[in-house]
Design a protein around this ligand. Structure first.
Ligand SMILES: Cc1ncc(COP(=O)(O)O)c(C=O)c1O
Length: 395
């Protein structure tokens, strides 16, 4: 048999399989109440509207929807995306937009275009595993930056930047995956000032900003105050529409965008034209705003049920983030608890969660877990927290 080891590229030797993929299997067993998912609830998908649009588009415009298209994306969709960005405070036109095959591709393209092996990428503690995977896949070195309830701790970022030459900072300021946290605007300004002082670029990943459940959450993009062109802003339709319509985007300084466009040509020529056409029509018809309202209402209720149940069963014995938006709350238990070691026990008791450790690039976070309220009914959310409390010996 041929041994393929010697054929693998240097980057391939740095690939890291997702440490949480294994847990994803647990979410499909109906006997297990799952807080483990990381995906939107299919009930939020506007399936009938998408079906109708897709049929109409294929019948009336096959020469566009079934053909190759511009690497930048369908021009009207780029216009709509620029308008969405302007509503988030970002000064953008269609010329500032590169559509991508989900924001995951944006992360990969940026990593490909900007990172050499050994370059340092600063990431939040904890951070999104798909982001880390993109940076590891280019043989980068990941360095953790502390977060508290206001977001990135500037002193931690300053200490790292003083010690190491950081090339990129990866941040998810709005309702972060996995922590659910919202970074304050003051902290965003402090991060931008450090980017200028220490000469690094910032990836601002914002798939959750529209999923707001409280009135006073200020989700204004960091990019809106990017006076020196340091921020590459990523958006996505995955969480407000449907992730199967692989449609995300990058807004970045134009010279960088031109380089990223060439990286995308090499990656896939263009994002799926049928997906883009459906999203384009959906947004152009004015359906996005009411859709976002529906999605918010759907998750707002579930989020309340989960937080109430946590208060009932874990109050005074654990802390968790308020999840004022997004899909997750992040719970921290006593210092001596190892959540990864309890997964099997939890599953045996009919409940699943994601241990927090894999989200921390510095090996910390053993006593944390990520809980999503997206999947289960209100009743099962309550029952699931009761089971969780039993597993952790709180009854
Ligand atoms: C923070 C973050 N960034 C990016 C993505 C990828 O999303 P997309 O479907 O747009 O590729 C996700 C998906 O869960 C995410 O949580």
């Amino acid at each position: 048999m041929t041994s393929y080891e010697s054929f693998l590229s240097r980057d391939a030797q740095s690939f890291r399989p997702s440490a949480i993929r294994a847990f994803a299997k647990l979410i499909n067993d109906p006997n297990i109440i799952s807080f483990a998912g990381g995906v939107p609830n299919p009930e939020t998908f506007p399936a009938a509207a998408v079906a109708e649009l897709a049929e109409r588009i294929i019948r009336t415009r096959p020469q566009i929807a079934l053909q190759y298209g511009p690497t930048r994306g369908i021009p009207r969709l780029c216009d709509s995306i620029a308008a969405i960005c302007r509503a988030r405070g970002i000064d953008a036109t269609a010329d500032d937009v590169l559509t991508t095959t989900g924001s995951q591709q944006a992360l990969d393209l940026i990593a490909h275009a900007l990172l050499d092996p050994g370059d340092v990428v600063a990431v939040e503690l904890p951070t999104y595993i798909g982001g880390s995977a993109s940076f590891f896949a280019r043989s980068a070195e990941l360095a953790g930056v502390a977060q508290d309830d206001e977001g990135i701790v500037p002193e931690s970022l300053r200490a790292l930047a003083s010690r190491r030459r950081i090339k990129l900072l990866y941040t998810i300021p709005n309702f972060q995956n996995p922590s659910g946290r919202l970074m304050t605007q003051a902290r965003r300004d402090a991060v931008l000032a450090l980017a200028e002082e220490f000469d690094f670029l910032v990836i601002e990943d914002d798939p959750y900003g529209e999923l707001r459940y409280v009135a006073d959450a200020d989700t204004t993009a960091m990019k809106s105050r990017d006076a020196h062109g340091r921020v590459l802003y990523l958006g996505s339709f995955s969480k407000v529409l449907a992730p199967g319509l692989r449609c995300g985007w990058i807004v970045a300084p134009r010279t960088l965008l031109a380089t990223l466009e060439i990286a995308k040509q090499a990656a896939d020529l263009c994002s799926g034209m049928l997906d883009q056409s459906v999203v384009d029509e959906f947004v152009a018809s004015g359906a996005l705003a009411p859709q976002i309202e529906r999605v918010r209402a759907f998750y707002r209720g579930k989020r309340g049920v989960l937080l109430d149940a946590l208060q009932t069963h874990f109050g005074g014995r654990a802390t968790w983030t308020p999840a004022d938006g997004g899909l997750f709350t992040f719970m921290t238990l006593g210092d001596d608890v190892d959540t990864a070691a309890r997964v099997a026990d939890a599953v045996a008791n009919g409940v699943a969660y994601i241990p927090g450790g894999p989200f921390f690039v510095d090996g910390s976070g053993r006593n944390t877990m990520r809980l999503t309220f997206a999947k289960e009914s209100d009743e099962r959310l309550r029952e699931g927290v009761a089971r969780l409390a039993k597993v952790f010996g709180l009854h």
